[in-house]
Design a protein around this ligand. Structure first.
Ligand SMILES: Cc1cc2nc3c(=O)[nH]c(=O)nc-3n(C[C@H](O)[C@H](O)[C@H](O)COP(=O)(O)OP(=O)(O)OC[C@H]3O[C@@H](n4cnc5c(N)ncnc54)[C@H](O)[C@@H]3O)c2cc1C
Length: 465
């Protein structure tokens, strides 16, 4: 059996109700009246929680407004459905040694363990041979070389720069670089964005679930759940005013971590309207589609190890990737993404589960269907306050990430996974971006105290010698 490490793929590829406590908002209840804090943060996902922790650690007050009934956003661990932790969104810590969330998870006592090295490749009913894996790796290296070369010249679509002669690996390479990595097809992805993306080794998982980590890190952060921000007025005298159905909150700054799709859908409005640059940047950074179909498969009918990843040598975009025996349980996920994943998710959970079972059946045989127990399918495109999976820049759109890092009038800062040049699409990137936005806001609302001037010494007259 031959393994191919994720590092080699990608190196080649270039709810809790948080307790109002420390540094909590000054107001007791927003009610219908106007109340105030230093910073209002929109969204209690990874970016929003990171931002709030930074503001609070600087001794400033904040409130996090969260539209959903739970914290976590795209990091959500469900323990009720299968009786074991099931991450409906993000599951893996990429590069855990430098991942701030992995570090904090360890410090908070979570059980973080390394993912097994390598992935396997199924070619219909058998695994790929060593020579075939080497061939795939060489093809990935060539594809990524072409992406890197093209990215130095101009920002075109990834599909445009891939070689014509990728042979029987074409669909697989396109799936790995596109739907699997970015949630979009290669024709919809900026080659520069892909070339600049940081390596995304799946190296570590959390036995209690990644969503559980974000929920724990939110403890002590003042979060108002089920409170969508509807409008941000950013030209008021004292800073900003954030409108919600329960009232208006005044603050000196706002940090907005709502996804680019939520912003593009204008579920949060701005008064005055956002400058054209930011509106265009949001449009360039829209989210792709990526979903899990979760299946209970008892007695390990596929004969796979714990947390083993299996791809397929595919001949079309109708493919997925399997993560088996999650954390040693009977839970497996089959992930789908890109245009195909979007269409499939649009047909509903029953169709998604049917696809996953047929896909596995095609690769492993029908005995598996008998082993299948409970199932579930996510549909992140329909989650009303997320509307997609992860942001991959459209061709020509990579610079939009920098634009979104600029403040709006030193009053509003955007943060979240889309607002990171190299770690977009990741929890670590979202966290870093939230932390960075908070630091930028703090520099404006609470600049470091100026060093007091030394009193001038009276000048002595020089005596003539
Ligand atoms: C299926 C799937 C699998 C993934 N796998 C991985 C993985 O293995 N590893 C990894 O690193 N990343 C993964 N990702 C990506 C990762 O989940 C995201 O990059 C990250 O969680 C985004 O965090 P965020 O804080 O930027 O945004 P979000 O998590 O979307 O948080 C934004 C929050 O804002 C709230 N909100 C929106 N509008 C408003 C409003 N008007 N008022 C108040 N609140 C509002 C939302 O409800 C949400 O809670 C995956 C994503 C998906 C969908």
């Amino acid at each position: 059996m031959s393994d191919l490490t994720r590092r080699s793929f990608l190196a080649a590829a270039g709810a809790i109700v948080a307790q109002p406590a420390l540094g909590a908002a000054r107001q007791k209840s927003p009610g219908k009246r106007r109340s105030g804090v230093d910073v209002v943060i929109i969204g209690a996902g990874a970016a929003g929680i990171a931002a709030a922790r930074r503001v609070m650690s600087a001794g400033r007050t904040c409130i996090v407004l969260e539209a959903a009934g739970v914290v976590g956003g795209r990091c959500l661990t469900d323990t009720a459905l299968f009786g074991v932790p099931y991450d409906r969104g993000a599951h893996a810590f990429y590069t855990p040694e430098s991942n701030p969330v992995a570090r904090l998870a360890l410090q908070s006592g979570f059980d973080i363990y390394p993912a097994p090295r390598g992935q396997r490749m199924r070619i219909t009913r058998r695994y790929a041979r060593e020579s075939e894996m080497e061939d795939l790796l060489a093809t990935m290296v060539r594809a990524n070389g072409a992406i890197a070369d093209a990215a130095r010249k101009s920002d075109v679509s990834t599909a445009q720069v891939l070689q014509k002669d990728l042979g029987e690996w074409r669909s697989t390479v396109e799936f790995m670089l596109g739907p699997y990595l970015c949630g979009k097809d290669v024709s919809d992805i900026s080659a520069v964005d892909l070339a600049r993306a940081a390596e995304r080794d799946v190296q570590a998982y959390c036995r209690q679930g990644l969503g559980a980590v974000i929920a724990k890190l939110a403890a002590g952060v003042p979060v108002k759940l089920s409170t969508p921000a509807t409008r941000i007025n950013w030209r008021v005298r004292a800073g900003v005013e954030v409108e919600t159905a329960q009232g208006t909150i005044g603050a000196r700054a706002a940090i907005v971590t709502a996804s680019t799709n939520v912003l593009a859908a204008e579920k949060l409005r701005f008064a005055p309207d956002l400058p054209k640059r930011q509106v265009e940047a949001i449009e360039q950074l829209k989210l792709g589609s990526y979903d899990h179909v979760a299946l209970e498969l008892s007695d390990n009918p596929l004969g796979l190890r714990t947390d083993e990843f299996v791809f397929e040598r595919s001949s079309s975009a109708r493919t997925g990737v399997l993560l088996a025996n999650i954390a040693g349980s009977t839970l497996c996920t089959i992930d789908v993404g890109g245009r195909f994943g979007r269409e499939l998710a649009g047909k509903g959970a029953t169709e998604m589960v049917a696809f996953a079972l047929d896909w596995l059946d095609n690769l492993y045989g029908s005995a598996l269907k008998r082993a299948a127990g409970r199932s579930h399918a996510t549909n992140w495109n329909e989650e009303p306050w997320v509307l997609g999976a992860m942001s991959a820049a459209a061709p020509g759109g990579q610079l939009a990430r920098r634009t979104l890092m600029e403040s709006v009038n030193n009053r509003v800062w955007f943060a979240g996974e889309a607002v990171h040049e190299r770690l977009w699409g990741t929890v670590g990137g979202a966290w870093e971006s939230g932390d960075r936005a908070a630091q930028a806001a703090l520099r404006v609302i609470a600049p470091p105290a100026a060093v007091p001037k030394q009193p001038r010494q009276p000048r002595r007259r020089q005596r003539a010698r």
